[in-house]
Design a protein around this ligand. Sequence first.
Ligand code: MG
Length: 342
Amino acid sequence: MRSQNVDRKSGMNMEIRKKKFLEMSSTARINAMRASSPTHIKSHPLALHHNVQQPSALDMFEQITNASKGKQIVMFMDYDGTLSPIVDDPDRAFMSDAMRATVRKLATCFPTAIVTGRCRDKVYSFVRLAELYYAGSHGMDIKGPSKNSKGGEAILFQPATQYLPIINEVYKALLVVTKDTPGATVENNKFCLSVHFRRVHENKWAELAKQVGSVLEAYPEFRLTQGRKVFEIRPTIKWDKGKALEFLLESLGYANCADVYPIYIGDDRTDEDAFKVLREMGQGSGILVSKIPKDTNASYLLQEPSEVMAFLRRLVDWKRLSLRKQFMLKSRLEGVKMSLPI
Ligand SMILES: [Mg+2]
């Protein structure tokens, strides 16, 4: 049961990566954990030159909207660190009312999806907007709004259901091994697990990595990746945020379509899969949320959630203005038609 339907090739690659991480010296492991979990952003030598590699999406706003002309924009956004600030307690990663109001307006202009590593129900409890698409557990739990534009049934797609019993087993084992590491929390995201070390003292990071590794050695069908102060544990099926993006575009009727312009905004390593899909499609824009330059497949940068909100607001204003212009042009043409002699 445990190893059924696992992509062997991908599983093996992931296993090598996991093994490599587990075999690192504790100094190398700490450096890897530090690199993906920047805490001293202000002291970073390149912090003031965040757009060295990619330009700011705010500076390039016109270029982005010009590229989308005549196409349907579809919005995809990660949650933690993108719509909400990264906070010490992951259970309190609330989004501001202003951000919620902005996302609500955005969804009246474009189909809008939240793509997150979190459990879908959990992220919904933070966002509370029924009109959005939600892809939880790194895209392994996708649900559309109950009232969709096509009037059909809500989309529901869960490609990793077979792993549910074993995920609960791994969850319990992680709770046991991490219970003596102060500040460590294990989050059950339904189809994947997170071990947060936002509140763990740096001198305990190596120990925590060892504890997590010791559990995963017994479960080759799971892969371990690292995000911002979090270990992510998920099945080795070939499914990620990039696949979720493709699935949602297809569900919206834009499979292999040139008339769509997806915009994906995210801050995490797991968002790179989606940026890569956009690059390969040669359509849309990937926007990385980061204060420091990173090796990324995204085309643009935004520094933090406040800049994300500013960008989303500009998109709403731009769309409303273009709709108003279209309406006025139509009215003028109808006026001209009416004034013509029959
Ligand atoms: Mg994030």
